[in-house]
Design a protein around this ligand. Structure first.
Ligand code: ZN
Length: 431
């Protein structure tokens, strides 16, 4: 099934969700109940259910008590590796496949892992995204441009009913820059929704062809540096609003439109900062970010270690929103490949391209400006020819400016971060 057919099939599923999404959207507009009450209720419902239906959680022998936060504290944190080691044990036994959709985690957090969400998860993700759009002054039928979206070749437009009939325009690897730039300008998006590095790549691609004036540039997936924020905002003449999220929980925190701080999406996720042993740390103290997805009862993420480091702010944001503020210490840094002419290009585009081939794990390593090596652990059935084609595609994606070599690597050859996290990209060059 091609991308277009898959989207059409998904559109039918999403269309069924829209009524629920819109109801949840309206309910979120009612702020008469304190957030903490709603979190208490939600967490209680989640734990009462999943401690009974999910074998890996049931095995902890914890009985839900009256205080769901106390119950939660009795559960150990979980890592992606633990889930991988007991994959089936992390699914509810009463799963209804018709109510589920899966996403595959990107390579940024390690070997890809298939995450399954239930419709309740998507309903609330979309309802809060609608709420946010409204706060940003965007229409509900907003047009959203997703540049360099790797699943698509060429230009693709489609409507997402469950998200309030928003219209996506996206493109993947670009062979004809002028043609794609023209499509972007004709589309006239309200929002550019992308990684910071791709927003900059979009700027470079569009510059010779015209001016794009979105109302907001929404970034995610990488650490947004001040320099990148300024460059993006200046070029598009629009505010840059950054989000922090993980595939296991979708958006975890989004920037306050008034003060720029990252408000936790507390209606959907419960965030803790913990030490190495999983003990919660007080507000203001740095530690590992642990999230509990309050709505996914099918493949629950309860006290899930994101691999990122941060702190909960002890102070409330001056905007008055109830949602706590998360201070990110190390966000996602995908890095940029240095090209021989001194320019840089987004490594994630290359990673996504190579992920189309049968490889289980990959890491881009740059040790000079003249060549690039990609370490790969091939999947079962991967042939030398697959690897050769992947290398050719990667070299072509860099417009032949840098030859890309693929090499089969042993597990211990992959460099990991100090926190033991998989890295997409390792640069061995000075600065
Ligand atoms: Zn705020």
């Amino acid at each position: 099934m091609g991308r277009r057919e898959a989207l059409a099939a998904d559109g039918v599923r999403q269309g069924r969700l829209f009524a629920r999404t819109y109801q949840a959207f309206l309910a979120y507009g009612d702020r008469s109940r304190p957030l903490l009450d709603r979190q208490h209720e939600r967490l209680s419902a989640l734990l009462t259910r999943v401690l009974r239906t999910v074998p890996a959680l049931r095995a902890r022998g914890v009985t839900p008590g009256d205080d769901p936060f106390a119950t939660l504290a009795r559960l150990p944190t979980m890592t992606k590796q633990q889930i991988r080691d007991d994959y089936r044990g992390h699914f509810a036994e009463d799963i209804d496949p018709r109510d589920c959709a899966s996403v595959v985690t990107s390579g940024t957090t390690g070997v890809p892992l298939k995450i399954v969400h239930n419709s309740e998860h998507f309903v609330h993700v979309n309802a809060l995204a609608l709420r946010r759009a409204l706060e940003w002054g965007l229409p509900l039928d907003r047009k959203v441009l997703r540049p360099f979206k790797s699943e698509a070749d060429g230009w693709l437009e489609y409507t997402v009913p469950s998200a309030g009939f928003l219209r996506y325009g996206e493109f993947g690897f670009v062979t004809d820059e002028a043609a794609i730039a023209r499509r972007c300008l004709e589309f006239g998006p309200d929002v550019v929704f992308t990684h910071p590095s791709r927003a900059l790549a979009l700027r470079d691609m569009l510059a010779p062809h015209g001016v794009l004036r979105p109302r907001v540039v929404q970034t995610f997936g990488e650490q947004l540096t001040d320099a990148a924020r300024q460059a993006i905002s200046e070029h598009f003449q629009a505010p840059v609003r950054d989000c922090y999220g993980v595939n296991e929980a979708s958006t975890v925190a989004a920037q306050c439109p008034e003060h720029g701080r990252y408000h936790i999406e507390g209606e959907r996720v419960w965030v803790e900062i913990v030490d190495d042993d999983g003990n919660p740390l007080p507000d203001g103290v740095e530690g590992d970010i642990v999230v509990t997805n309050l709505f996914n009862t099918v493949m629950p993420f309860v006290r899930y270690r994101t691999g990122d480091v941060g702190a909960l702010s002890a102070e409330r944001c001056p905007c008055g929103r109830e949602q706590k503020v998360l201070r990110l210490i190390t966000g996602r840094q995908h890095g940029a490949i240095a090209l021989p002419d001194g320019s840089r290009t987004d490594v994630l585009r290359l990673v996504k391209l190579i992920e189309r081939f049968p490889v289980e794990r990959l890491q881009v390593v740059q040790d000079s400006r003249e060549s690039l090596t990609v370490l790969v652990r091939p999947a079962a059935g991967c042939t030398d020819d697959d690897l050769r084609r992947a290398a050719d595609a990667a070299t072509a994606a860099l417009h032949g400016r840098l030859p890309v070599r693929l090499r089969r690597a042993r597990p211990d050859e992959f460099t990991e971060s100090r926190a033991g996290k998989h890295l997409n990209f390792v640069s061995l060059m000075e600065n």
